[in-house]
Design a protein around this ligand. Sequence first.
Ligand SMILES: CC(C)(COP(=O)(O)OP(=O)(O)OC[C@H]1O[C@@H](n2cnc3c(N)ncnc32)[C@H](O)[C@@H]1OP(=O)(O)O)[C@@H](O)C(=O)NCCC(=O)NCCS
Length: 170
Amino acid sequence: MTIALCTKRLWLEPVDPVRDAGDLHNALTDPDVVRFWGAPSRDLGHTVERLRAMRDGNDYWVLRESPDSPAAGFVGLMRGGGLDWLLVRRVWGRGFGTEAVGAVIEHGFRHLGLSRVEARVDRDNGRSLALARRVGLTERPGSGTRVVLVRSRAAKTGTDSRRRTMIVRC
Ligand SMILES: CC(C)(COP(=O)(O)OP(=O)(O)OC[C@H]1O[C@@H](n2cnc3c(N)ncnc32)[C@H](O)[C@@H]1OP(=O)(O)O)[C@@H](O)C(=O)NCCC(=O)NCCS
């Protein structure tokens, strides 16, 4: 069962496909937002189905600035430690992705027993590569179109205060 998490500025709630599709639909139909994530949704029903399929067997959270505010994106954590993320464009550039993904990683290490998390990011997806590095993932050698970045539970997170994400169960 996916549990709700809170960070300094965000509420992370388990994805509810029917409730959240409307908030996320614009982002999932924006070719620039989904360029490295997948094809744009065909219609609202397709967005609902995608959210349903994503959380099937995985932990997926929507993030909100307050309990009443619209979903501003999502973060996913697969059972094997794979990460996924996407934010609606209006909140880019505020550090929400770093904060939310950092919280999900900490949750995975502390409460889900994961020893390693991983992201596979397109080499041209500069914003996602930067986010991955901010949350302590490091690139594994390789030359494919996708960069594999990993972080192990034991890895030091450095002194950057933005990486020391506080989470509480809420
Ligand atoms: C990937 C994505 C989430 C990154 O968004 P982002 O806004 O660049 O990343 P963050 O939310 O971590 O914000 C970081 C930016 O906020 C700034 N910032 C402001 N306050 C901050 C804070 N408290 N903490 C960290 N960064 C902060 C940073 O300086 C950085 O700015 P910059 O972009 O000018 O360098 C977003 O581009 C996206 O949704 N892309 C489409 C989906 C996608 O490609 N998913 C990948 C699948 S692998």
